[in-house]
Design a protein around this ligand. Sequence first.
Ligand SMILES: Cc1ncc(COP(=O)(O)O)c(C=O)c1O
Length: 385
Amino acid sequence: MTTTVLDTQTERLATLAACSGDTPDLVIDLGALQTNVDRIAAAAAAHGVGVRPHIKTHKLIQVARMQMNAGAVGIQVAKLGEAEVMVEAGILDVLVGYPIVGKAKVERLVGLAELARVTVSLDALEVARPIAEAAERRGVELNFLIEIDTGLSRIGVPPGEEAIGLAEQVAALPATHLIGVLTHEGHAYTRAGSEEELRTITREACERTVATARELRARGTAAPVISVGSSGTFRFAIEVDGVTEVRPGTYVFNDRTQIGLGAATPADVAAVVVATVVSGHRAGEVVLDAGSKALTSDRMISNSVSDTFGLVAADDGSVGEIVRLSEEHAVASFPQGVKAPGVGERVAIIPNHICPVVNLFEKATVTLDGAVVDRWPVAARGLLR
Ligand SMILES: Cc1ncc(COP(=O)(O)O)c(C=O)c1O
C-alpha cells in the first residue's frame, strides 16, 4: 500500500470535513479552486496559448464563469446537455468535443449554434455531413475540428495524410467552417513512468498535431486552431510551438491521479468527499458512509500500481486509503501505528478521479477559509445525452 504524504494539508482537509452539514458530501475549497483557475490561466497566457477548459469535471455554472472571467477562450463539453446548460447560463463559445451522431442530437447541436459560437470535433465525413446539411437548412454557421489520434486509441484519425485528407473534404461542406485540428493526449497518463516520459509523450503528440495542421495550411486550407491537452500534460503542452489552445479539465479540483502525475500537490486539491465513520471492528480498518455511489470505483489513471480507491484524511492528521468498496460502504485502512478515526468522526477523501465523482452529487458545499459560503447545484450532472 502506498500512502501519499499529504504534507501540511491534513489540517485544511479536516476543516473542509468539519464544514459539511451531513455526509456523504462534496465539499469545495473556493480559495484553492480560484488559485487553480488563476494558475492555469496565467501559465497559458505566459505562453500565448488560449485555455478552453473541459467543464465535464465540475459541471457547475459558477466554475465555468470563474474560468471565463480568468480569460478562457470558451469551454469544452462532452455532452450536448452540458452545452445547453452552459449556453443557457450565458457562456457563448462552446466546443462539443465529441462526435455528434443521429438526427436528434444533430438538431440540438444546430439549435445551439443559433445561440452561441459552436464548434464540434469529429473524425469522419459521415459525422460531418449531416451536421453541415442541418446547419445549411437552418441557416446557421458551425465550426469543425478534425480529431487526431496521437496514441490514446480512442477517437481520431492518424496524424498526417489521413487527417489532412479528411480535413480537406470537411472544409468543402456547406454552412460550416473547418477551423483546425484537435487531439487529447490522454495516453500520457497511463504510459508515462516518469516526469521525463510524460514530457516526451506529450511533446510528441502535440508536435504531430501541429505538423498536421501546418501541412494542411501549406496545402491551402485555413486551419488556425491547434487544440490539445489535459490537466496532466498541460505544463508540457503549453511549451509546444504552434499549439493555440489547451483544454485541461481536472485541474480545477485535482485528485489523486493528478497528484501522482506531478501535475498537482495536495495543496491544490480543491474538492473532497466528506464521509463519516459508521463502524470499526477490525484493527486499522473503519467503515465510511460513502461507497461507490459517492466515490465511483475508478482506479488511478496512471501506470503506477495502486489498487485502492482514494486517500482518507482524518481529523487528527492520520492518513489512510480506501481498500474496499461496496455501493454505500467504503472500508478505509490505516497503516500500523496510525490511529484510525472512531465512529462518528469525519474524514476527507481525495478521490482517485474527481470528474465522475462530481457527477454523482446533486449539490456541492462551497467553503471559503473554513466557513460555508454557498451550496451550488451541480447543474449539468447526469446529462448523458
Ligand atoms: C477530449 C478531451 N479533452 C480534454 C480532456 C481534459 O482532460 P483532463 O480532465 O485530464 O484535464 C479530456 C478528459 O477526459 C478529454 O476527453
